[in-house]
Design a protein around this ligand. Sequence first.
Ligand SMILES: [Zn+2]
Ligand SMILES: [Zn+2]
Length: 360
Amino acid sequence: MKAAVLHAVDTPLAIEDVQIDNPGPREVLIRTGASGVCHSDLHFVEGKYRMHMPAVLGHEAAGTVEAVGSQVSYVQPGDRVIMCLSVFCGHCENCLRGRPVLCDRIDVVRSRSDPPRLKQEDTPVTQMAELGSFAEQMLVHEHAVVKVDDDMPFEQLALIGCGVTTGLGAVLNTAKVEPGSTVAVIGCGGVGLNAIQGARLAGALRIIAIDAVETKLTLAQEFGATDVIDASGGGVVDKVKDLTGSGVDYSFEAIGLKETAEQSFEILARGGTATIIGMIPQGTKIELDGPSFLSERRIQGSSMGSNRFRIDMPRYIEFYRQGRLKLDELVTQRMSLEGVNQAFDDMKQGHVARTVLVFD
Ligand SMILES: [Zn+2]
Ligand SMILES: [Zn+2]
């Protein structure tokens, strides 16, 4: 099958043939329908996060089940599924506590003695997040998919696979924003826009969108922001204090930078909580004002929106059907697999919410 392969940091992905194995007992073979191009993919291309190469990137996807392993009963060929990188074992301590996002993930991957799921000649090929969706097919553990109704387009389903779940989940699951709260979201790309519409779903009274790109602030208002701050001129902390008096109850950082992570803490009111969604580069240290903790300010991480994706994703589809969740508006452009490098270039320019790769 055809896949976009990363061979070295900071080089374009190459569209090449990759051999995919047959499903093991608990694995599912998927025909990819659509895959979003997410900022986390770019982090690996740029080497801000490391992975073993060659590798097939991509982790925000939906598709159709083509074949299942001998022990799989949850799905069958023909089922439409969304993939999620939060593959869970179902029996470790975190899974049993209801936090599958923090699963130990011991027996949901193939062991080194098994043949690899993907290879080129004799070289094993890494699947990003055990998925690898910049490819015509994916071979994944059965606990990496959720079955959905077959009347939803792949594009919208794919977006739910990462950006939507990450942004909405950070607000609804990780921070648990209450109705009437004041919320700020720093960074209004694909994930930030979903944090904004998550805050709207949660009943936040004020939602302040912060970004340095004007078109993203306009989009943020369509997604539910009540106020916007153009960060290009600096002074973000003062501007938030001017708008709110004392700061915000909840802030969300959806970029992944030291400066904006520190800002997300500085704009909190007393008792406020900052949630870091962005992938801060490996090795980065964050500096916070010590006395701020005396006023019970908190800062926390959010992994994939603290999801329990087999519960969350079907609910998000229902929100969309009811017109309470925007998905169509997130798709800026569609491309074939060959467009993946262009999609990264456009992302670096900062003007697209999402590029979706579509497969026939
Ligand atoms: Zn992602
Ligand atoms: Zn587990």
